[in-house]
Design a protein around this ligand. Structure first.
Ligand code: GLV
Ligand code: MN
Ligand code: MN
Length: 431
């Protein structure tokens, strides 16, 4: 990709945005499924994406490597500048049938910002990380890439298995990497902080006719896996009163999840008084066994995703939802087992780094709209280890995790302006 320089000329800046959009669309074609964007952790299209991003990082003059968690990393160390580096990036994995911009936009924009920094001889070391896994689709547990970079990768995770029975350990080996090197993926002490540029994935900026948002913090999330275990039996011969239908139990519970999450949240959200920071709960995945029209479902596996700005609100909701699953199962004479896959508390963004970002938004002539993020991001894991900040771009229609996801070229231009001001300010601060 050759992205033209961003200068004061509106013509040239829109060329830069067009090139970024085109690059995101090209990366979208590197998918596990023809006609749909699906790119799970360490699947073959990830190698295609890395070949492309690697050559762009090399063009910028970066030293490029892939760590043992499969993160693609490019480092620019200017002569004469100290080793303290600013990290930019986001993730390149996607949900099934995804849009083209969630995660990828932040990586492609990071490369353009580094390219501008090098062209302008900015005395600041920059590392770009294209995180290998943020969505949790393949192994059910998200943030595998950023956990390793933050030094929070629990080796017990290597035993996780995907839907085909491949262990996480094996997936890393199959990608040509060594799981034994995971501790070395951890970022060094010589890091200034992390900036993630990302689409908002919600409707707020569009509703307020704004281009950009400055993230105050990221809501906490819990992910669980539940199994309702009844008895499979003949659909024609088993009377309705003698059934132990696992799917009917799961369905009753799924409706209860929606009802409980819709109740008004009594504790005020911590990350801002916005509706998007309230309690949300989702059952997004259901697998029924044996999944045949003429067999009463004997077992159902479901996912549960619960998020809230206030950790106590989330924890109480999870306890109530799991208790509800047990009581529904007991009343129906079946069993229910649950496993927690992840508990991630809400993470505030770093105040100082965020203040610098907000100053840059202001310097670019834009209003500073502070907002919490209801979506999870790599910044929430890195933010437990380093100062982290996030810049949101408007999501037209508030659409994300959907093929209709989009981003406006003008917002890319303004975000590039803010990102480059931000890097310049950091360079001045550390000289
Ligand atoms: C990632 O996009 C998430 O919020 O689950
Ligand atoms: Mn996502
Ligand atoms: Mn994302």
């Amino acid at each position: 990709m050759t992205i033209p320089s961003q200068t004061a000329s509106p013509e040239q800046t829109s060329l830069a945005a067009a090139a970024i959009l085109e690059e995101c669309r090209l990366i979208a074609s590197m998918s596990e499924e023809p006609g749909r964007i699906t790119r799970r952790f360490l699947t073959p299209p990830v190698s295609q994406v890395y070949a492309r991003l690697r050559s762009q990082m090399l063009e910028v003059g970066m030293t490029v490597s892939v760590d043992s968690a499969g993160n693609l990393r490019g480092l620019w160390q200017p002569k004469g500048a100290g080793p303290r580096r600013m990290v930019l990036g986001s993730h390149i994995d996607t949900v099934p049938d995804a849009g083209a911009y969630d995660g990828v936009l932040g990586v492609v924009m990071a490369i353009e910002l580094a390219r501008q920094a090098v062209a302008n001889s900015l005395p600041l070391a920059i590392e770009i990380i294209a995180f290998s896994e943020e969505e949790g689709v393949r192994f059910g547990v998200p943030f595998l890439g950023s956990r390793a970079v933050a030094g929070r990768f629990d080796p017990a995770l290597l035993a996780l298995r995907d839907a085909e029975g491949v262990s996480l350990n094996q997936a890393i080996l199959d990608f040509g990497l060594d799981p034994g090197g995971l501790p070395q993926a951890q970022i060094g002490e010589d890091t200034i902080g992390f900036l993630e540029i990302h689409i908002e994935q919600g409707p707020v900026l569009e509703a307020e006719n704004l281009s950009l948002g400055v993230v105050t913090g990221i809501v906490g999330q819990t992910r669980c896996e539940l199994q309702f275990l009844g008895h499979a039996n003949h659909a024609g011969t088993t009377p309705m009163t003698l059934r132990h239908d696992a799917l009917a139990a799961a369905a009753e519970w799924i409706c209860a999840v929606e009802e409980i999450a819709r109740r008004p949240v009594l504790n005020p959200p911590l990350l801002g008084d916005h509706a998007e920071a309230a309690l949300v709960a989702t059952v997004g995945k259901v697998a029924t066994h044996p999944n045949a029209a003429n067999v009463i479902p004997g077992a159902v596996h479901v996912s549960l995703d619960v998020r809230a700005a206030h950790d106590a609100v989330r924890e109480e909701a999870v306890a109530e939802l799991l208790e509800k699953a047990s009581s529904i199962a007991m009343r129906r004479g079946i069993e229910c087992e649950s496993k927690r896959l992840m508990d991630q508390p809400a993470v505030p963004m770093d105040e100082q780094l965020t203040a610098v970002l907000a100053e840059c938004v202001e310097a670019a002539g834009l209003p500073v709209r502070r907002m919490p993020s209801g979506a999870g991001h790599d910044a929430m894991v890195l933010g437990t280890r380093l100062p982290a900040a996030m810049l949101f771009l408007q999501s037209p229609g508030g659409v994300s995790h959907h093929p209709n996801e989009s981003v406006r070229p003008h917002d890319i231009d303004t975000a590039l302006t803010v990102g480059s001001l931000f890097l310049r300010r950091l360079a001045l601060k550390i000289v």
